[in-house]
Design a protein around this ligand. Structure first.
Ligand code: FES
Length: 98
């Protein structure tokens, strides 16, 4: 199973493919808040994906639109509530400024 590494804590966990990233991060014990119930509308689950980005599910329109409206978004940005694990290891960085 692919491994998810969460920075800055350095926690790692094995995650089944197709698992929503937000659920996997929360299951690992991280306090990543979802204010919108995972509907790509609050932006609170914004993370940077440092490794394994291409293995995640593709960014859909609602996620693109929300990311466009957020401050501090970069090429590594994803909404954890919209991204699903693929077959490869992934490293994400949780942000504190949202
Ligand atoms: S939980 Fe609200 S945008 Fe992801």
């Amino acid at each position: 199973m692919p491994r998810l590494t969460i920075q800055p804590s350095g926690k790692t966990t094995e995650v089944a493919p197709d698992t929503v990233l937000l659920a996997a991060i929360q299951a690992a014990g991280e306090n990543l808040v979802s204010k919108c119930g995972g509907n790509a509308s609050c932006g609170a689950c914004h993370v940077f994906v440092h490794e394994g980005r291409k293995s995640l599910s593709k960014t859909q329109r609602a996620e693109h639109e929300k990311l466009d409206a957020l401050v501090g978004v970069g090429s590594k940005s994803r909404l954890a509530c919209q991204a699903r694990m693929g077959e490869e290891d992934v490293t994400v960085e949780l942000l504190s400024f949202v």
